[in-house]
Design a protein around this ligand. Structure first.
Ligand SMILES: Nc1ncnc2c1ncn2[C@@H]1O[C@H](COP(=O)(O)OP(=O)(O)OP(=O)(O)O)[C@@H](O)[C@H]1O
Ligand SMILES: [Mg+2]
Length: 368
């Protein structure tokens, strides 16, 4: 009778004492992290590991491979392999029930058995696509201000050569475009620095109360320009976290700046800081953790629900009716998210169209 390979059974196989009857092949397959199957001469399944069962749940030991995996390319490759006993590599795509792409290697074993090992290509493809998009986005962002600069330079060399008033005006615009480009390059650099930083950066005690006040001072000008009022409320005198001061500064700066620039003019930005207990995690201990919750809330136009999960992607911006000049490059929140996860913290975004947005950063309080 065919015995079904449930996940339990495969775990059993994985921990079973090696025995000589299958030359250890079942243990080897069970130990592989990638999906792997061994089939016998008649294409029936000898063993499949947990990872293989996850993608082909219908596989059963002793039954035909066909019950779990129907791809004609696989069977064609098997047929070839049984003729020349050479390793075969094919790409294996499946659309249903989910869309994925695997690289499949078929290798001949003794007695006509065949080892099939799958390697997930979807993740690699996704990363490749992200890299291509990233370069395209970055170049696109630089091209617009560069084209504008080029246009102004030509005008200044030609028609506006002797026009002092035009010259002053154009230089002003050129300065703005240049600032925009250098901001973009700064953001790109700090993103790549954050990503490249493999070793944990030096963490020091940082007082969030003082840091928030500093950020508000720095952004005061921008708030005045946008006719926005910033308030800061907390009952804490000091709130110490262990972190990288400059990075945490950027987090708060980005969030408050967003609230000002993407909020409404004549609006209010409310920053607050409070204690929060994080419920104990069942696996990691029984003590509740002391957290600090930093909130930045505005009464601006808000963000539609479907955009919220994507806000921290690089270059992701929500189309707004505000003029292009006021819109940024869409890198701010991806930097924020990076820094927060470096600090083992969490970012929550809540928003309601027409009512405003609230960004909450949770960081664990340092033991002092
Ligand atoms: N407080 C907010 N209210 C409404 N929309 C917001 C708010 N904060 C962010 N957003 C939306 O999220 C998008 C992404 O924000 P992010 O900070 O990553 O980029 P940005 O502000 O456009 O540019 P950058 O920060 O790089 O200058 C913004 O373009 C905006 O559409
Ligand atoms: Mg921003």
């Amino acid at each position: 009778m065919p015995n079904s390979i449930s996940e339990d059974a495969s775990t059993e196989i994985a921990v079973r004492k090696p025995d000589a009857s299958d030359n250890g092949m079942i243990s080897v397959v069970a130990a592989l992290a990638d999906p792997a199957i061994i089939i016998t001469q008649d294409n029936s399944v000898m063993t499949a590991n947990v990872a293989a069962l996850r993608i082909f749940p219908a596989l059963r030991a002793g039954e035909s491979l066909l019950f779990g995996l129907r791809d004609p390319d696989v069977f064609a490759a098997l047929e070839l392999l049984r003729r020349d006993y050479q390793i075969k590599d094919i790409e294996f795509n499946r659309r249903i029930p989910d869309d994925f792409t695997y690289h499949l290697r078929l290798a001949p074993l003794a007695q006509g058995d065949v080892l099939m090992v799958f390697q997930d290509l979807s993740e690699r493809r996704r990363i490749e696509r992200m890299r291509v998009d990233f370069v395209a986005n970055a170049s696109h962002e630089l091209r617009t201000p560069l084209a504008a600069l080029m246009g102004f330079i030509e005008t200044l060399e030609g028609p506006a050569r002797d026009d002092a008033a035009a010259r002053a005006r154009f230089l002003g615009v050129m300065r703005e475009q240049t600032k925009r480009m250098s901001r973009l390059v700064d953001d790109l650099l700090s993103l790549s620095r954050l990503e490249a930083r493999t070793a944990a950066a030096q963490m020091h005690p940082v007082d969030l109360v003082g840091l928030i006040r500093e950020v508000i001072d720095v952004l005061n000008m921008l708030a005045v320009e946008n006719e926005v009022k910033i308030s800061f409320r907390t009952e804490l005198d000091r709130a110490i976290v262990s972190g990288v001061r400059d990075d945490l500064f950027r987090v708060i700066e980005n969030l408050v700046e967003n609230a000002i620039r993407h909020g409404k003019s004549n609006g209010r930005v409310a920053v607050s800081l409070s204690h929060k207990l994080r419920a104990p995690h069942t696996l990691s201990g029984t003590r509740a953790e002391n957290m600090l919750a930093l909130e930045v809330a505005d009464d601006g136009p808000g963000i539609a629900e479907n955009h919220i999960p994507r806000l921290t992607e690089r270059f992701y911006r929500v189309d707004s009716d505000k003029g292009q000049a006021r819109v940024g490059t869409g890198l701010g929140l991806s930097i924020v998210k990076h820094i927060i996860s470096r600090h083992q913290g969490r970012l929550d975004i809540e928003s309601k169209l027409g009512e405003g947005s609230r960004f909450t950063v949770l960081l664990s309080q340092a033991q002092t």
